[in-house]
Write a protein that binds this ligand. Structure first.
Ligand code: ADP
Ligand code: MG
Length: 237
């Protein structure tokens, strides 16, 4: 699925700044971000530790608001939404994958995967069916009843990917999803992201590993809170 240049970008950031304040100390983590991401793109965000990658991801994921500037997600300005509105947009449009998996240890895999559907208010039987189907898509049909502690790191991250895709979100945000995985599990998770991309999802992946970033079709390099480079695969700058 290729988005035409006439489609509005799924993500539009204009003049986005983020300042953290603790007491009298201020730190500007994002210093003017202007960019757009089209539906169906697979974008890697690369940069050194402390450059603002997670801050950017939190804004893209509606987990936080910019201090200045605007963020339009699928045409909706989310920069000034209330916490409740942000939660609704998050649940409806976005799937998250984190470095630490962020699974609930006391719940079997399928119950972790169904959580976004619980928040969306879906009836129980349908939730279970969808969660088990999502676990099938990540190759874990035989692990639906296992708790996270009974799974390998790679399997836990696949459960997290199933949780991210169970709501069929247009946008998948992954912050260092392979940061805690061995090379075999890294390859599995990157293959899953490739499949999600091929099925039309927009993917934004944060990494500091260049071989991981090489899987994306576009690379945004971020340094000290600014985008310093924007490269598309096959296009020599
Ligand atoms: N909640 C916070 N309060 C104060 N400073 C923060 C906070 N979160 C991040 N920072 C600072 O903002 C900068 C960017 O952080 P972050 O976005 O986590 O970078 P990255 O993910 O690229 O490592 C860092 O200097 C970090 O110390
Ligand atoms: Mg980070």
């Amino acid at each position: 699925m290729t988005a035409s240049h006439l489609d509005p970008p799924i993500i539009e950031l204009t003049g986005v700044r983020k300042t953290y304040r603790s007491g009298s100390i201020e730190f500007e983590a994002l210093r003017g971000i202007d960019t757009g991401i089209d539906a169906g793109e697979y974008v890697a965000v690369i940069g050194p530790s402390g450059s603002g990658k997670s801050t950017l991801m939190n804004l893209l994921g509606c987990l936080d608001n910019p201090t200045e500037g605007h963020y339009r997600l699928a045409g909706e300005d989310v920069s000034e939404m209330s916490e409740a509105q942000l939660a609704e947009v998050r649940n409806r449009r976005i799937g998250f994958v984190f470095q630490q998996f962020n699974l609930l240890a006391s719940l079997p895999a399928w119950r972790n995967v169904e959580l976004p559907l619980v928040y969306a208010g879906m009836p129980r039987a349908e939730r279970r069916e969808r969660a088990i189907a999502a676990l099938g898509r990540v190759g874990l049909s035989d692990r639906t009843e296992n708790r996270p502690g009974e799974l390998s790191g790679g399997q836990q991250q696949r459960v997290a990917v199933a949780r991210a895709l169970v709501t069929e979100p247009a946008l998948i945000l992954a912050d260092e999803p392979t940061g805690n995985l061995d090379s075999g599990s890294t390859a599995d998770v990157l293959d899953l992201l490739d499949e999600l991309h091929a099925s039309g999802r927009t993917i934004v992946l944060i990494t500091h590993e260049h071989d991981v970033a090489a899987r994306a079709s576009r690379r945004l390099i971020i340094s000290d809170g600014r985008i310093t480079s924007d490269e598309r695969a096959g296009v020599t700058p």
